[in-house]
Write a protein that binds this ligand. Structure first.
Ligand code: HPA
Length: 292
């Protein structure tokens, strides 16, 4: 395997238990990632960390540059990504505070650049996305939670909404009828892009509130933050236990969603597109940053 990557979401802009070695800004054909990649060691294992919403939590879900983030992680050799997400809980098995390793995804987002394959010089590609998450990472998340004596719901459907507002009660009822178990704003297109580029990817969700209409209480940031504060401690424990387990992941199908020829074409096509851009545009993209 390559390197383990962790994408931190709301409530996880840094990992206290990560021994930080250095940070690196990666230039990508899609512009800037949410921030420099942080290279470090977790339990002695090399890890690359990226805060999805920026290290100061300033990028809302609909403005995250998901393509740049996934491209940057892939570019530095990350092969397995655990994507941490704070979510709303829908069903009875997802009370606030639950940890969950979802196994399915419904995408309700719109208007987000959600593919690396834009046509033109890139091939037209339709990846098999029947099972959106890497089974090896999922099983290790569950194993790690067990090792830490922590509960984790095995499976569930992650419903990705557009945000940044929370849902209406009717929207949550619809999501529930559709089979959604938890609702968050960042699960798509992040998972799609990881699969397109051949990376293993799975979310680690922390339920921080009952989804809209699922409680008599209004949803407040204060209540969310209280749950998040405690829950992210458990998330850190699970991550520390998961990373060492990723090393022995057997081969899986994630990397085969697009064949090696298409991947090569994608990579070289993007590199070419990048190089063809006017230098002024490249500079604008990199404004204020170093380069890889
Ligand atoms: N809905 C969408 N995203 C969320 C929620 C929610 O209720 N809670 C945390 N992220």
């Amino acid at each position: 395997m390559g390197i383990a990557g962790i994408i931190g979401g709301s409530g996880l802009t840094r990992l206290e238990n990560l021994e930080i070695l250095y940070q690196r800004i990666i230039r990508t054909p899609f512009g800037e990632a949410s921030g420099p990649l942080t290279f470090g060691r977790l339990e002695g294992h090399e890890v690359v960390f990226l805060a999805r919403h920026g290290y100061g939590h300033t990028i809302p879900p609909h403005r995250v540059n998901y393509r740049a983030n996934i491209w940057a992680l892939h570019h530095v050799g990350v092969s397995h990504v655990v994507a941490v997400a704070a979510v709303g809980g829908i069903g009875a098995r997802m009370p606030s505070g639950s940890l969950c390793a979802p196994d399915q995804l419904i995408d309700y987002t719109h208007g987000r650049p959600s593919t690396f394959f834009e046509g033109g010089e890139e091939p037209v590609v339709h990846i098999d996305f029947t099972d959106p998450y890497c089974p090896n990472i999922r099983s290790r998340l569950l194993q790690a939670a067990g090792l830490q004596g922590l509960g984790m719901v095995d499976g569930g459907t992650y419903a990705a909404t557009q945000g940044p507002r929370l849902e209406t009660a009717a929207e949550v009822r619809r999501i529930e009828r559709d089979g959604g178990d938890v609702v968050g704003m960042t699960g798509a297109p992040e998972a799609v892009l990881a699969r397109e580029i051949g990376m293993c990817y799975a979310p680690l969700a922390l339920v921080v509130n009952p989804a809209a209409g699922k409680s008599c209480e209004p949803i407040t940031m204060q209540a969310i933050n209280d749950v998040m504060h405690e829950g992210m401690e458990r998330v850190r424990q699970v991550l520390a236990s998961t990373v060492p387990l990723l090393g022995d992941c057997p081969p899986c199908a994630c990397g085969a969603a697009v064949g090696p020829d298409v991947l090569r074409a994608l990579r070289s096509g993007q590199e070419l597109a990048w190089k063809r851009r006017a230098p002024a545009k490249q500079e604008a993209d990199l404004a204020g940053s170093g380069s890889s």
